[in-house]
Design a binder for this molecule. Sequence first.
Ligand code: ADP
Ligand code: ZN
Ligand code: ZN
Length: 804
Amino acid sequence: MIVEVVVDVPTMQTDRRYDYLVPERLESIIESGLRVVVPFGPRKVQGFVLAVKHESSVKKGKLKELADVLDGKPVLTQELLELGEWLTDETLCFQVSAYQAMLPAAMRTKVIKQLRLLTEVDKLPSAIRPYFQTQDAITWETLANERKEVLQHVKSALNEQLLEWTYVVEDKGRKKTERITVQLSHVNKDEGLEQIPKRAKKQRDMWLFLAEQGGRYPSLSLIEALETTRATLKGLMDKGLVKEIEEEVYRDPFLEKDVERTEPLPLTIAQQNVATPIARSIEENRHEPFLLHGVTGSGKTEIYLQAINRVLAKGKQAIVLVPEISLTPQMVHRFRSRFGSKVAVMHSGLSVGEKYDEWRKIHRREVQVVVGARSAIFAPFENLGIIIIDEEHESTYKQEEAPRYHARDVAMFRGRYHRCPVILGSATPALESYARAKKGVYTLLSLTERVNDRPMPTVEVVDMREELRGGNRSMFSEALFSKLKQRLERGEQSVLFLNRRGYSTFVMCRDCGYVATCEHCDISLTYHRSNHSLKCHYCGHEEPMPKVCKSCGSEHIRFFGSGTQKVEEELTKVLPEARVIRMDVDTTRKKGAHEQLLKQFGQGEADILLGTQMIAKGLDFPNITLVGILAADAMLHLPDFRATERTFQLLSQVSGRAGRHTLPGEVVVQTYSPDHYSIELVKQHDYLSYFETEMMYRRQGGYPPYYYLTLIHISHSQITKVIDVSEKIVRFLREQLDDRAIVLGPVVSPIARINDRYRYQCLIKYKNEPELSRILREIRQHFLQETSRGELQVNIDRQPYLFM
Ligand code: ADP
Ligand code: ZN
Ligand code: ZN
């Protein structure tokens, strides 16, 4: 037996399959999708089995033998194996990187493999019983020299779930265990009691308690319940009446316990119109992509929940993607209260171990729904019934390192494979998505009103230049200030949003205009108040806040710009009676801090919630009647063709937080560009007009969805080298590509240097280039020697979202 293996040595030369001979003793265990250990040069490396076969083009004597198997059950299904090939092709990544992206990080670290007993030892086939007489788990090495028959029994015991294959992951990924006291099966209650002397009352109590509890109980709780000590337990053990075992428990990443269950709400007519076609696609097992365009508060989430209900009723599974889920505990709560323990949650806020646990719940089919951030799209479900991407326009769905995939594309692949619907939901769909819906590639579903005729909030746009002319130098306009005051008087809540992107605090000399910049990157440093230092957000460089200007020596060096801390300070000055909760990276660093702060706000412990991007999504509190946006145009002028789209989306999102329940909502937008269409049209909640306007600009500029883009980034520590390579690449592209394709550059990247590496880029715009993949691969191959040594970097992004 021979296997094709892709090995974990991600360089181009090794991005192919290698054949290995399977030692006879492992033959009964080998399947595709398993992780294995194989000899590779002088080392042993991890790899994935892609296929099992009987012939190889390599001569028998030359084939090396597989060293070991790391899994009992494939960690990659046939579907995921195919998806990996597709990803490799689409994103030009190494195949092994594609597979690694699908698995939790814990599975990459060093593991010690174990076989664990899941049942009574007497239920095991007699050939393997001896191994588990005295222990619940044995290491794989114990069986290393066993005969083939023994391994076959192991395999069937694995299949029957009598045994399971587990890994003790080194460091963080370790499984969490709990000690359980178990009554030994050969003694019954009365026999046991006879063996305990009358005066050992505690022991008798414990024995009886244990019997009442069905013969097993967590040791710690047992000792606690009987208000005794371990000595009592020890006494029972010494008499051979009980034993203690270690049992695995899942880490619980949720702070809240015992979630109250909710029932499906009767749908409104508008919701029914949307739910019906989705239900049809589910019932007919048909792949259909839907774009659910629904204004904020129109009841999209309820639609998701009921569609999932239908999927679960068919015995299938559901994936729900939410942007940066750790930031929206309310969303998770809604899924948990509808589906209880059927839900796994996966997001970046979890520890390595927690992620591993959540993944295993899916792998073992213990859950049917996963709610998670981008990478949850790879959940190893085998019978998917629906995929939902909420806030589908969010750029966090694009991964900015290899494999540079977009979750939307992966969702479509999986939807086709499983013949199930994919729902893209948003109040402000990405331009590309809405254009596809208009062309009929996606089925468009619209919810134009909020549930139960709740009105959309009224939006007032304030021109901050006027404010300045009128003598108001504070960061709050007259209008916003008086409305904030009003809310305080009425006991209602407000949200203040500061768009921090492109608006951080920088340090400038008032005498000569010198701005403190990072010595390794061409970017200004950001002032951090907590430790009075300057930090580079690109390379992490940190230095103390200077006392005098580095350029002219003046002492008049100050920080400028307006961070959340500064807003908070100003608030306490102008509205001293207001209770403020601030939410930004600094106040939410601690685990669970988000939930805690939001909970406090929800319970009315503050009047004003002040925050950055992280408060834009998912907030749903009845008492919020005012939303203030402090600097609406902060990112309007970034060098990125999506800057206006992001502005419109973000403003619509934030506005949507107001007046979601019975109290009507108001929004105040402060800006220096009141006439810009992306701000004007937020006022009217007019996505369609926004779409038409933006499409016009995209056509003029030759941007998506009219053109496809590919961005190539070149960086090196020597500027001459960067320029040289960039020019070579551009020349080659112009030679190879169709005349209608446009190659822009090479030009200096908007951030010309990061971490002492100079950066150049070039952008390809094209409509139809069937050969592009091959051409790009050739480029990568050409510079391979230099890039694999790490001096030169050539990054190719087939669907760029970051242009900095
Ligand atoms: P969206 O996801 O579009 O922002 P939600 O699903 O959060 O909208 O719905 C907004 C509010 O309306 C929520 O408080 C939700 O509980 C409520 N809601 C949704 N559907 C219904 C319904 N059919 N009947 C009553 N209330 C509903
Ligand atoms: Zn730096
Ligand atoms: Zn100076």
